[in-house]
Write a protein that binds this ligand. Structure first.
Ligand SMILES: CC(=O)[C@@H](O)[C@H](O)COP(=O)(O)O
Length: 255
């Protein structure tokens, strides 16, 4: 599996915010087996006081996917992406343009605009979007080669709110890498996303806020692997009626 031509070692992308300590974050990253971690430039200080934190992230050996979390306008997101490229030396950017402070849902109009600007400038954009197919198409036209539909509002831990729409997305964009981003609460949510045919899952709060983040990170990784294996194994169709699973041949008959 590749994102923008880069081979991906794990289908779990991990967020780095809200951990009780940098040491616990490092432990969680290690036990997740994740090869990609995402970091918010707006949430960490850009004046140099965040430098130790960013150095710690680099030491994990993971590829860094900077994000524009907290940006509410196209201009803010584009400027933040420029800072991220300077700081981390990567063309990758997880693009968030937030449209609503309560739901933290994407402003899909601003998102498409920002995606076009950044793609034209050579960025490889990972857009945090809704499951809307038309928006997905516009993002691809804007230059995105990956889509990141939300599972549920960021930080809510609600699990997949609209699995049917994610299934439709998979069918509509069979060749596009799809990463469910946000709202995962439990390993079963992550497994469900993978069973729907998603290529990867990005999550943060579920691990950072778990009682034992390292253990939860490992559980998420296992769930993602199991869900993917289940998808690839081509599950049986659901049936409306019972169908006996044990043969009746050879049973004794009583007159
Ligand atoms: C870290 C990050 O990028 C978040 O904005 C992301 O969307 C994850 O959401 P959860 O915290 O709900 O997993």
């Amino acid at each position: 599996m590749q994102f923008y031509g880069t081979d991906i070692s794990s289908r779990l992308l991990l967020g780095t915010a809200q951990y009780p300590s940098p040491a616990i974050l490092a432990e969680a990253v290690k036990s997740s087996g994740s090869g990609i971690i995402t970091v918010s430039l707006r949430r960490e200080s850009a004046d140099g006081s965040g430098a130790g934190f960013w150095d710690g992230l680099r030491e994990t050996g993971c590829r860094i996917l900077p994000n524009t979390a907290g940006c509410h306008s196209v201009q803010e997101a584009v400027t933040t992406a420029h800072m991220a490229r300077d700081l981390f030396g990567t063309p990758w950017i997880k693009l968030e343009v937030i449209g609503h402070s309560d739901t933290l849902q994407p402003d899909v109009f601003g998102l498409v605009e920002a995606a076009r600007i950044l793609s034209d400038e050579g960025f490889q954009v990972f857009p945090y979007t809704t499951e809307d197919l038309v928006v997905g198409e516009r993002l691809l036209q804007a230059g995105c080669e990956v889509l990141m539909p939300w599972g549920a509002p960021i930080g809510s831990g609600q699990g997949l709110r609209n699995p049917d729409a994610l299934r439709a997305m998979r069918a509509h964009f069979p060749q596009v890498p799809l990463i469910v981003d946000a709202g995962i609460g439990r390993p079963s949510d992550a497994a469900q996303a993978m069973e729907l045919g998603m290529d990867a899952v990005l999550l943060n709060t579920a691990v950072a806020k778990a009682g034992d983040p390292a253990r939860m990170a490992a559980a998420m990784a296992q769930a993602i692997e199991a869900g993917r294996a289940g998808y690839e194994a081509d599950p049986m169709e659901r049936r409306d009626m019972a169908v006996p699973s044990t043969p009746v041949l050879g049973l004794a008959e009583f007159a």
